[in-house]
Design a binder for this molecule. Structure first.
Ligand code: AOF
Ligand code: ZN
Length: 364
């Protein structure tokens, strides 16, 4: 019998390796912005993984570089799996397309093309011109969803925004998720986001949940102070945990009253004083800070930020996703409120979280 060698190019193998790439990519969760999460595997002709890499954070080498480094000369004649099209430009780091060609990789399997105009098909093109076999679109949906915030940022020049709140079964808003299991879901969710936004109106409730678990990557906490308030009105709220910058960094946007500014700065809170604060200015600030994803948290004060209007306005599409925690309580009273304008959500998911039900969906 001829010796059986495993040729690793069946569709099933491709999908398996690509899913592993995505798992690797997610090790950079919450740390790569404004860059995407990317994972890469180098697989030899016997189907053995000889190199692994993921992008740890912007400014550091790309996933392919780490994987090729580990593979060394074994990369020669191998197949490289990358969850995002290899870059073809000189950014903070040199182009991965050239590195793959230089390492004499035989085949490259790409999860999805990179929407970054600096790349956008050029990486694939360079590889093909160099005689590398390229397959594009393996586990494409998974790869796209993994980097949905990066895709949104690069295409729209705005961060991907998710609005979350907790409510009773009969539709009354809750100031917090009200059960410990839902509370822990709330803080775990923060690891996925680059920034979390609240307003001064929710400081009374002392939103301790605005920080991820200890040791986890913390988002930038943005407290939006709407034009009607001034910093000095916040004096009594200085003990709120959102101003404890040992937990996570905090930025206060808006508000006047310079005396408070000094106090906050002493607490290492960054103060960006502007006169008018609305949802657009908050999201613009997050974008400038390199955020791909922003979580608009809490129930209080969003009227002031214009969240309701933003939800109603289909054309502006400021908010992409909704995450609602339904708590096992009935508050009474709210159910008679009839919706005036409605937008349909797609890609709905529901799951039980202790006694709560978490519903998520996208505005499409
Ligand atoms: C890849 N693999 O691991 C990443 C890619 O400034 P740079 O050099 O880090 O380039 C950033 C851009 O490169 C980023 O916007 C995205 O288009 C791509 N990121 N590409 O092949 C990686 N992180
Ligand atoms: Zn690259």
């Amino acid at each position: 019998f001829p010796r059986r060698t495993k040729i690793c190019c069946s569709l099933r193998d491709d999908s398996d390796y690509m899913r592993q790439c995505v798992e690797l990519a997610r090790r950079g969760l919450g740390r790569t912005s404004p860059n995407p999460m990317v994972g890469c595997l180098i697989v030899d002709n016997a189907g053995e993984i000889v190199g692994r890499g993921f992008h740890p954070r912007a400014g550091e080498p790309h996933a392919e570089v780490f994987a090729l480094r580990e593979a060394g000369s074994k990369a020669h004649g191998s197949t490289a799996y990358v969850s995002l099209e290899p870059c073809d430009h000189v950014g903070r780091t040199p182009p991965c397309s050239r590195a793959l060609v230089a390492a004499r990789v035989r085949r490259v399997v790409v999860g999805t093309v990179d929407p970054n105009p600096l790349v956008a098909g050029k990486g694939v093109e360079r590889l093909r011109r160099a005689g590398v076999e390229v397959t594009v679109g393996v586990e494409e949906e998974l790869c796209r969803v993994t980097n949905e915030a990066f895709f949104h940022r690069i295409v729209t020049k705005k961060p991907f925004a998710c609005l979350r709140y907790a409510m009773t079964i009969d539709g009354c808003l809750l100031a917090d998720p009200s059960t410990p299991v839902a509370a822990s879901f709330y803080s775990q969710q923060l690891e996925e986001y680059d920034a979390v936004v609240t307003t001064e109106a929710s400081l009374d409730a002392d939103p301790v949940l605005l920080s991820a678990e200890q040791g986890a990557k913390q988002p930038l906490r943005v407290v939006a102070v709407t034009s009607s308030s001034s910093l000095s009105q916040l004096a009594g709220l200085l003990s709120a945990r959102v101003f404890d910058t040992k937990l996570a960094p905090t930025l206060l946007l808006g508000g006047k009253g310079e005396s408070m500014e000094t106090v906050l700065r002493r607490k290492n809170v960054e103060v960006v004083p502007v006169n008018e604060v609305d949802l657009d200015s908050v999201l613009d600030l997050c974008y400038q800070r390199g955020a791909c994803s922003v979580l608009l948290d809490s129930t209080a004060g969003f009227d002031m930020l214009g969240v309701k209007e933003a939800l109603e306005d289909e054309d502006r599409a400021v908010i992409q996703k909704l995450c609602v925690v339904v708590a096992p309580f009935a508050g009474g009273g709210q159910t008679q409120k009839v919706a005036s304008s409605m937008r349909k959500l797609g890609r709905l998911t529901t799951r039980k979280c202790g006694e709560n039900v978490v519903i998520q969906g996208y505005f499409e």
